[in-house]
Write a protein that binds this ligand. Structure first.
Ligand code: 13P
Ligand code: SF4
Length: 301
């Protein structure tokens, strides 16, 4: 059955001239069929370099939408259209307009985990991999940061000369990590380094040996002399960490850190997506043009 699905996906991928892009949190079997696996920034960059007609995006909606914004002439497919991101939905364009009205001199920096309409009202986007550099590059001294207050707090700590207005958004999956549990794990694995995604709470960030985007965790684990790592991000990450560092040990900072949206994509749905050319991501042209500017400013840096 497994081989049957793989063969069909492969045949359709060739017929449709399609490329499969997969986020680091996806199920192992979806990572294994991908042309590229990466973090949000890598996948956005790669999407722009592809010589294909169709992108099958295995991740969540804002990621596929970003690929569509950057590649309007390509068909961008999501195997499950319900794979959203609750953090991205914690701010709406109207709420952002009110915030901009409140702080008219502030530059709006929006995390890539956001809808196209919110990006369209922003000066520049950032990801967890480049947020600090992006904010440092901005001339204005006031920053409205949306929607993740924890990534915003991390950047604020690294760029103390600016004034931040942090939107009150967060990722429910990354809320499960606690300082207490990490201290217990550290006692159990005294030599292990703690790697923390900046979507985690500040008290968890404070326990970190390194704060990293998902792909930065892989590079950190490769370079570090440590043999064990406690990983504070979605558990899907452990598959790639183990695959690329087979001699090292990876311990979940909390085994319950599961993003249900990321897990909606299955091999069967990838197959149906290629068979039916569904579900196509579509964006209004005006919104797309404005959102593209915010993304291109980020990519240029
Ligand atoms: P990365 O850009 O680090 O892959 O993070 C995306 C994300 O959704 C984290 O929850
Ligand atoms: Fe969104 Fe959190 Fe899932 Fe990342 S892990 S896609 S931020 S809900």
């Amino acid at each position: 059955m497994k081989h049957f699905i793989h063969d069909k996906i492969e045949k359709l991928r060739q017929q449709r001239n399609a490329v499969i892009l997969t986020h680091n949190y996806q199920r192992p079997e979806i990572q294994d069929i991908a042309d590229h696996v990466g973090d949000s920034l890598e996948l956005a960059r790669i999407s722009k370099t592809l010589d294909c007609e169709t992108i099958v995006f295995c991740g969540v909606h804002f990621m596929a939408e970003t690929a569509k914004i950057m590649n309007p002439d390509k068909t961008v497919l999501m195997p499950d259209l319900h794979a959203g991101c609750p953090m991205a939905d914690m701010i709406t364009p109207n709420k952002l307009l009110l915030e901009k009205h409140k702080y008219p001199n502030a530059a709006v920096v929006t995390y890539i985990n956001s809808t196209a309409s919110v990006k369209a009202l922003s000066d520049i986007c950032c990801t967890s991999a480049n947020g600090v550099e992006i904010v440092r590059s901005i001339e204005r001294s006031e920053i409205i940061f949306t929607p993740d207050k924890y990534l915003g707090s991390y950047i604020k700590g690294q760029v103390p000369d600016k004034t931040f207005y942090l939107w009150n958004g967060y990722c429910p999956t990354h809320m499960v990590f606690t300082r207490e549990h990490l201290l217990d794990l550290k006692e159990e694995y005294p030599g292990a380094e703690i790697l923390v995604h900046p979507e985690c709470r500040v008290e968890v960030q404070e326990c970190a040996d390194a704060i990293c985007s998902t792909s930065q965790m892989i590079r950190h684990a490769q370079k570090s002399s440590a043999q064990a790592f406690i990983i504070c991000t979605e558990v899907g990450m452990l598959y790639r960490l183990k695959k690329e560092n087979p001699s090292k040990t990876f311990i979940p900072g909390d085994a319950n850190a599961i993003c249900p949206n990321m897990k909606l994509t299955t091999l069967e749905k990838v197959l149906w997506s290629l068979e039916d050319n569904e579900y196509q991501v579509a964006i209004d042209d005006n919104i797309r043009d404005q959102a593209l500017q915010a993304i291109e400013r980020m990519i240029a840096l």
